[in-house]
Design a binder for this molecule. Structure first.
Ligand SMILES: Nc1ncnc2c1ncn2[C@@H]1O[C@H](COP(=O)(O)OP(=O)(O)OP(=O)(O)O)[C@@H](O)[C@H]1O
Ligand SMILES: [Mg+2]
Length: 502
């Protein structure tokens, strides 16, 4: 448990942990959308509130501007009604209204500060010049007010020729209303809203935290279960396949692991079988020798010929032991992938002739006719020693498992990619149920007969390894009591993978 905690708090592990990443992703997604919504809602509220406020004030100001013109206020500011109207507007919006005439002089200021002064603000001058464009308003969010510049327009009936001089529609700008309206109330509302949103956010964030943790832990639980199950297998508590119907992904991991487990079991079984076979095979000649030696010792006054006979038998057993050990060694060598192949360009027909020449004496001993038929000249990039071994083993079998006066035919052929070696015989044939097993180490169809003939069951295993190392293939067809045909197919050009022995 302490280990676990340490592991969890190891910073490097935290960044690597799928759970932590899941948690962070879910949490950040929740947090960002929550904060984004907050900002968006407040901002759009502010926009809308400012818009409503300035349209409202603008409407009022336009009406007021009309009143100013009607009561000629720009020339005479004594109108009680207008003054009251101005003050009311200023009070209502907690703001300030300044009336400016076309000489840029302040006629009236509801703050009573700037009366009589000249205002040369850019907005005011612009408004006087292009007053017909209407009201301009500007929101200063930092200081919390809206500034509105409204032209005071008098509509005139003008002569045709004056139109070009005084403006498009015969309107004359007599002055400007410069108004600033406080937005404090909006800011206060915003603040209240924001505070409420923050409280809500805090609650939501706590929920998101819990949710993210729950999601991360529950979604990834199956992975923990797999790790525990694999650890159980590793620790040796069980070698049962892992079960757990979870997600598609974990199911794939489980299936792959179970397949690996099965394969390891098969490998383990075959290794055990191999070891027991090897010891058995190596023990047989030794047992025979021991029996022979013991019986010699048990005899008194043994004649010389008997000694000779026994010693010959012992010598044969030693040869047998030697052959088994040599075969095992060549198998082991071929199993070692790194050993690779010694590739050279080889005349296959010539090589086969040499192998057959070596086999002829044995064939003759059994009165078996051994022939070679080659359809064309063949040159291939192969490991000469290993392919010779292949042909030798196949021909040796064809001779060994043949009847007296039988025949063995070797055929060579090639196409543009491969060359083919066919070894046919008129022998016992191999029963169908054994065909799948003949390449296994120490497998013999008929153990007693094979041993009589002198077989250990390693020949075809060596053949297959050598063929596979060349990226070739081997096929067998056989009919009991009629004969067997082995067909080996090897690429003419060695691939780099084959040379490296992978
Ligand atoms: N041409 C064949 N005809 C009939 N049976 C065969 C033929 N070739 C192989 N077999 C059967 O397949 C078995 C396996 O052959 P393999 O060459 O691997 O072993 P072996 O000949 O018994 O021993 P080794 O080759 O190691 O001396 C043989 O024991 C034999 O029963
Ligand atoms: Mg053999």
């Amino acid at each position: 448990m302490i280990m676990d905690i340490n592991r969890f708090f190891n910073i490097k592990n935290i960044f690597k942990s799928l759970k932590a990443r899941f948690f962070v992703i879910v949490f950040l997604t929740g947090l960002i959308s929550c904060l984004g919504m907050h900002a968006l809602i407040l901002e759009s509220y502010e926009d809308r509130a400012i818009n409503v406020r300035s349209t409202e004030v603008q409407t009022q100001l336009r009406i007021l501007a009309n009143h100013l013109i009607v009561s000629n206020y720009l020339l005479d500011t004594s109108s009680e009604v207008i003054n009251a109207e101005l003050d009311m507007l200023a009070n209502l919006y907690d703001g300030r209204v300044i009336v400016i005439n076309d000489d840029l002089k302040v006629v009236k200021d509801t703050y009573n500060i700037s009366q009589g002064k000249t205002i040369i603000s850019e907005e005011v001058v612009n408004c006087l010049k292009t007053g017909s464009k209407g009201t301009v308003s500007k929101y200063d969010s930092a200081n919390g007010y809206i500034e509105i510049v409204t032209p005071i327009i008098e509509s005139e009936v003008i002569e045709e020729e004056d139109v070009s001089v005084s403006g498009r529609s015969g309107e004359v700008v007599r002055g400007v209303l410069l108004t600033s309206v406080s937005t404090d109330t909006i800011a206060t509302t915003l603040e209240i809203l924001s505070r409420r949103a923050q409280t809500l956010e805090a609650i939501i964030i706590i929920f998101i935290l819990i949710f993210a943790a729950l999601v991360a832990f529950t979604l990834l639980k199956p992975f923990d279960r797999i790790t525990t199950a694999i650890n159980d297998v590793k620790a040796g508590y069980t070698d049962e396949p892992i079960v757990g119907p979870n997600y598609l992904e974990t199911e794939q991991i489980i299936n792959a692991f179970n397949a690996l487990l099965r394969r390891m079991k098969v490998l383990d079984d075959s290794r055990q079988e191999f070891v027991s076979n090897v010891s058995h095979e190596l023990k047989t000649p030794i047992t025979s020798m021991k029996v022979l030696a013991d019986s010699l010792l048990a005899m008194e006054e043994v004649p010389n010929e008997v000694y000779r006979d026994f010693m010959t038998d012992i010598g044969e057993e030693i040869d047998r032991e030697d052959k088994i050990i040599n075969d095992l060694l060549s198998l082991v060598k071929m199993d070692k992938k790194a050993s690779g192949l010694n590739i050279t360009s080889v005349d296959v027909v010539n090589m086969t002739e040499i192998v057959l020449k070596r086999m002829r004496p044995i064939a003759r001993k059994h009165n078996i006719e051994l022939t070679l038929e080659s359809k064309r000249a063949i040159t291939a990039e192969i490991d000469e020693v290993k392919i010779s071994l292949v042909i030798m083993n196949l021909v040796e079998n064809a001779i060994k498992y043949n009847k007296e006066e039988g025949w063995v035919r070797v055929e060579l052929d090639a196409d543009h990619q491969y060359f083919y070696v066919k070894v046919m015989d008129s022998g016992f044939g191999i029963p169908e149920e054994s065909l799948d097993h003949i390449y296994e180490r120490f497998y013999r169809v008929d153990k007693s007969r094979s041993r009589e003939i002198g077989g250990t069951g390693l020949g075809l295993a060596i053949v297959r390894s050598a063929v596979l190392m060349h990226r070739g293939s081997i096929d067998v067809e056989s009919k009991v009591d009629e004969g067997t045909t082995f067909t080996v197919k090897i690429p003419l050009i060695a691939t780099s993978a084959a040379i490296k022995g992978n």
